[in-house]
Design a protein around this ligand. Structure first.
Ligand code: F6P
Length: 491
């Protein structure tokens, strides 16, 4: 399966004079430049044939039509419907739920909950990473509310927020699709206890639940009128478009949330309609498959050259690794190719001074993705943004060009190392929506090419079961190492 590249990046630019115009594609205010990857006209043709043989077009239609594409759980994956791109009934239901969200925001703004200044959102995984990314990226200059997203069950995470939030001015947002996740429910109870200690009048009246299991939220004590539901068919890691995005809609304003949905809808249209050779999520999946399957790349690195997007790598880790980190196909047969590469990354330029040594001179092939924005969002001297972008582009050029060995191997760079650059006009809600929808569809396209179901995540269950059984049944059935660790730490 592994093979050396037939043609170097430099030679590809010579052999394909129209390479840049074909592989630098603009959509929805984002420019995607795949030209510094080894994808060639010939490879695109081969992967397009593979996509056809995998029934890609029919699978994509099934996704947007709300068919049960999540075959192992027998349900649809209806995140596109949240932005108006799905089956009419599902779109109508999503709009009703959004209207309910909007009504809740109006009520909070009308001080129906008192003078709220602090929003404490507890949730984990898909119920935290998306809202956290949105608020961190777009809410920096907002003076509407201060939002904290707490996911870790480590009490230190909540304690840090308790230090700076006022319990009398705090709204507790409990985000959990299932409303049963141990960490979230424990964190939510601790927030209520913190409010009680401060004599907040009826802490439960300060709770808003974001969930696909409203009955569970009611059982837990949330009043039905303060539940913002979303559809069971919206997967956790695809849920920021639903009521899970509530803290972002509150902090950024409803117009910004709608722009986010519109940006995503623009990418949905592109993904549905663009031909394979100009279809951004599909082309990105071709690049991913080429490096993973043909070149044996184990990882893919994403560097946000923009402080506002610093949470993007961790958001993508869940999206890509929880979706496509599988070992069997949708029909249960073993996969015949490696599945999702390990997603990792960081922010530029920090990462240049920490991990880029390996990218330039290490022995491993790591396809790199740079994400940057043309416009800055700060009042500081323009030298800051210029230096940031110059560095970003310099890294891509250096990875590709390398540097010859002038008699000193330690100072030589092999070059011919691939990178993709995604350049946003600016970081705003519409462009971020389009970018995140691009990543969702790329993940789906990869899954189709590999024949796997990206919408289940059974691999996360065993550890949860064992944790529960340690509490309920003790440790006798475990291995000596686990027993000794538990005895030493927990008695
Ligand atoms: O354990 C993994 C997972 O189920 C993720 O898929 C999900 O995003 C996260 O836990 C949180 O789940 P919930 O929203 O149900 O609390």
């Amino acid at each position: 399966m592994r093979q050396a590249p037939a043609t170097s990046l430099t030679d590809l630019f010579t052999a394909e004079p129209d390479r840049l115009s074909r592989l630098a594609i603009e959509e929805a205010g984002l420019l995607f430049d795949f030209s510094k990857t080894h994808i060639s006209t010939e490879l695109i043709a081969r992967f397009t044939a593979l996509a056809d043989a995998s029934g890609f077009a029919a699978r994509r239609d099934a996704l947007f039509a709300g068919e049960a594409v999540n075959v192992t759980e027998g349900r649809a994956a209806e995140h596109p419907a949240e932005r108006g791109s799905g089956a009419p009934d599902s779109v109508a239901r999503a709009r009703q739920f959004h209207a309910r969200m909007r009504g809740m925001i109006d009520a909070i703004e009308a001080e129906a909950f008192g003078p709220i200044r602090h929003i404490l959102h507890v949730g984990i995984g898909g119920s935290a990473l998306g809202p956290d990314l949105l608020v961190d990226a777009l809410g920096r200059n907002s003076d509407r509310y201060e939002v904290a997203v707490v996911s870790n069950v480590d009490g230190a995470a909540l304690d840090e927020v308790f230090e700076r939030f006022d319990p009398q001015a705090t709204l507790l947002v409990v985000a959990s699709k299932t409303f049963t996740t141990t960490e979230t429910m424990l964190n939510a109870r601790s927030v209520l206890a913190w409010m009680e200690e401060d004599n907040v009048d009826d802490p439960y009246a300060r709770v808003i639940a974001l969930t696909a299991a409203p009955d569970k939220a009611v059982e837990w004590g949330v009043d039905e009128t303060r539940i913002l539901p979303f559809a069971e068919s919206v997967g956790g890691r695809y849920s920021l478009w639903s009521s899970i995005g509530f803290p972002a809609a509150l902090a950024l304003g409803w117009d910004a949330f709608e722009s986010l949905l519109e940006g995503a809808a623009a990418m949905d249209r592109h993904f549905r309609l663009a031909p394979a050779e100009a279809n951004l999520p599909l082309l990105a999946a071709f690049v991913d498959q080429y490096y993973s399957v043909a070149r044996g790349a184990e990882t893919r690195a994403v560097f946000a050259y923009d402080e506002r997007l610093r949470l993007l790598p961790s958001y993508l880790q869940q999206l890509e690794m929880e979706s496509n980190g599988k070992r069997v196909k949708a029909d249960g047969s073993p996969v015949d190719t490696p599945t999702a590469a390990i997603t990792w990354g960081g922010v530029g330029t920090d990462a240049q001074h920490a991990v880029f040594q390996l990218l330039h001179q290490g022995t491993r092939l790591v396809p790199v993705e740079f994400v940057a924005a043309i416009e800055p969002d700060h009042p500081l001297d323009e030298a800051h943004h210029r230096t940031l972008l110059v560095n970003c582009f310099a890294q891509g050029a250096a990875l590709m060009a390398g540097k010859a060995n002038d008699g000193d191997p330690a100072r030589a760079y092999p070059g011919d190392r691939p990178s993709t650059t995604i350049l946003l006009d600016r970081v705003d809600a519409a462009r971020l929506g389009a970018l995140l929808a691009f990543y969702e569809h790329r993940t789906f396209a990869n899954a189709v090419l590999m024949g796997i179901n990206p919408f289940d995540q059974f691999g996360v269950e065993l550890g949860k079961e064992i944790a529960r059984s340690i509490e309920s049944e003790g440790t006798d059935r475990f291995d000596p190492s686990t027993r000794a660790l538990i005895a030493r730490a927990l008695g």
